[in-house]
Design a protein around this ligand. Structure first.
Ligand SMILES: [Zn+2]
Length: 253
């Protein structure tokens, strides 16, 4: 059993390593497949033995072997989180299709969150195929029916689009980015309409608390400071995926 856990965590960290490539390259419209990993400073390609998830970062003390440029701690964290997520998700679902779908969903949200933090965008190239992919997944999943998936897409996408449109008519400014709406539609395809409602609720709450926290810590914050909302949506969706049904039951009864 221990060997299975070990393989799962190594698999997770490798996917995390690939997620790092996606986070760095997708916003620049670069291929995520070729060329292989290279240092963003000196552009020298990274040898396979310096590209081992988690371990290489520790051995090289977070620096490029060639030019000693610092490699962000986030590379390490994304690999670590991915390894832990693989372990948790597959222990919960077993080695199954549902486990795999759940892990893909998690990794996609992780990639989207990091890109949104870095660039304040949620690339359509991730969210739009994501909607189609998770709708297709519903036909094979034990956790969600295609009807529930369809309703989730509608709730996430269309209803929020209408709210955003009304908001725009009244205030003449965009309240919610189109990227956030597509992200919610994608999440809805996998967690259904209850999941979307839960996610909107939790993400607005955690988002608001974060803004209040930033104001209290006297950070320079004006109306134009944009805070990426994507990571809050992703957080809400993951919390729903893990604990949602229990939380709703606890709240209602
Ligand atoms: Zn370098």
């Amino acid at each position: 059993m221990l060997i299975v856990y070990l393989i799962l965590s190594v698999f997770g960290t490798c996917i995390g390593s690939f997620a790092n490539v996606c986070i760095a390259r997708i916003p620049q419209s670069l291929s995520v497949v070729s060329p292989g990993s290279f240092c963003s400073e000196c552009k020298k390609s990274i040898k396979f033995y310096d590209n081992i998830p988690l371990i290489s970062y520790i051995l090289l003390k977070g620096r490029c072997r060639n030019c000693a440029a610092k490699i962000g701690l986030r590379y390490f964290l994304v690999e670590l989180i991915s390894g832990a997520a693989a372990l948790l998700i597959f222990s919960y679902y077993g080695i199954s299709l549902d486990g795999l779908f759940c892990f893909i969903f998690f990794e996609l949200l992780l990639i989207i969150s990091c890109i949104d933090i870095d660039h304040r965008i949620i690339p359509n190239i991730l969210s739009l195929p994501g909607i189609g992919f998770f709708f297709a997944v519903s036909f094979f999943s034990q956790s969600i029916t295609w009807q529930a998936s369809f309703l989730g897409i509608m709730t996430g996408g269309i209803i929020l689009y209408i709210i955003a449109f009304i908001y725009f008519l009244i205030r003449k400014v965009d309240g919610m980015g189109g990227g956030d709406i597509k992200l919610l539609a994608m999440a809805g395809a996998f967690i259904g309409w209850q999941g979307v409602v839960f996610t909107i609720f939790l993400s607005s709450m955690t988002g608001t608390l974060t803004i209040i926290g930033m104001m209290l810590s006297k950070q320079k914050l004006n109306m134009k400071t944009s805070i990426p909302f994507g990571p809050f949506i992703c957080f809400g969706a993951v919390v729903y995926l893990l604990f949602g049904p229990q939380l709703i039951r606890w709240y209602l009864y």
